[in-house]
Design a binder for this molecule. Sequence first.
Ligand code: SF4
Length: 117
Amino acid sequence: MHFIQAKSILSAKNGMNIYRGCTHGCIYCDSRSDCYGFDHRFEDIAVKQNAPELLEDALKRKRKPCMIGTGAMCDPYMHCEESLGYTRKCLEIIDKYDCGVAIQTKSARILRDIDLL
Ligand code: SF4
């Protein structure tokens, strides 16, 4: 994996991808398609190092709580999340601002955060 500084963390429809790329290796995965413009191998995860700060800043500026979706383009509970904990940090921020969250994952690591969920 490698670390990057992202410019933003929420899409126009409040989609959030803390990581870019995925190590689960599903053969039908659409996210590895050329149309998404990856400039690195799909399995070499780009970690948005400033994701929690960007999320806090974005939610602070919302007029009312919103629903945030994550996991559509990459899994938020890949192996690297075990040591990095960025998904958990972002869930704490989502909770702090009374927002909702929809998570797509194939990993049982989500159970680590059951207290927050
Ligand atoms: S978990 Fe999702 S993003 Fe990751 S390889 Fe599988 S389909 Fe693609």
